[in-house]
Design a protein around this ligand. Structure first.
Ligand code: ATP
Length: 224
């Protein structure tokens, strides 16, 4: 099976206030269509790792590959383009623009990418809203939809540029169990039906147990 994301010998040090080896020899691959969770105690390095994998942090040792292309060493401008085109993000907080409509929020990353006409982007955004069963909310302001709906809008936004992988940092952390279950089912459907890869940091054991694979971290290392 095709590898979408690969981390090879990733090490990271925080230099202040004292030298701290936060990530130690991180190696793993995520295959196309694989739904993987990352678990580990608070402070073990999950967010630090996700920050590197999502190309936002470039201050590390080792090599990171996306679709077999080496990203380590690329310029910030190039990485920003790669990130927008190939990686979709879902966070604990949705970061929607509250005064914009649901549709406009979903369209934003595609407008930023600037590869398609507005009409194409709108059609694509409506199609993503349909996949997430929230097409009827398209013209509501983001501030006027519920918490669970907001997270589905955030997932639609993450999908708009047809990314290779979705990365999530505690995407169900703010949701009740019903809405968390909904988000899990959407992710599972995206992995099975669209062959999308997902890498999700979570503290929710029930969520993690139902993913294809759990990567467990302890003190900056992956536990074999
Ligand atoms: N900018 C920084 N400078 C120095 N140390 C940092 C910095 N950011 C994080 N750390 C430390 O690195 C370690 C890993 O932090 P990280 O946020 O990656 O953990 P985490 O596993 O995501 O935790 P949580 O589950 O609580 O979000 C922690 O000990 C943290 O205090």
């Amino acid at each position: 099976m095709e590898t979408v994301l690969e981390a090879k010998n990733i090490n990271k040090y925080f230099k202040k206030p004292v030298l701290f080896h936060v990530l130690k020899d991180i190696n793993f691959k995520i295959k196309k269509g694989e739904f993987v969770s990352i678990m580990g105690k608070s402070g073990c390095g999950k967010s630090t790792l996700l920050y590197i994998l999502s190309t936002m942090d470039t201050d590390y040792e080792g090599n990171l590959y996306l679709n077999n292309d080496l990203l380590s060493g690329d310029s910030r401008k190039k990485l920003s383009h790669i990130r927008n085109k190939h990686i979709g993000f879902v966070f604990q907080f949705h970061y929607l623009l509250s005064e914009f409509s649901v549709l406009e929020n979903v369209m934003l990353p595609a407008k930023k990418l600037g590869e398609k006409s507005l009409k194409e982007i709108e059609e694509n955004a409506l199609q993503k809203l349909k996949i997430l069963n929230i097409e009827h909310l398209a013209h509501k302001k983001a501030s006027q939809v519920s918490g669970g709906e907001k997270q589905r809008v955030a997932i639609a936004r993450a999908l708009i540029n047809n990314p290779s992988i979705i990365m999530g940092d505690e995407p169900t952390g703010n949701l009740d169990s019903h809405n968390a279950d909904n988000v899990f089912n959407i992710f599972k459907q995206l992995s099975v039906e669209q062959n999308l890869s997902l890498l999700i940091v979570t503290h929710d054991e029930d969520f993690a147990k139902r993913t294809d694979r759990i990567i467990t971290m302890e003190d900056g290392r992956i536990i074999p």
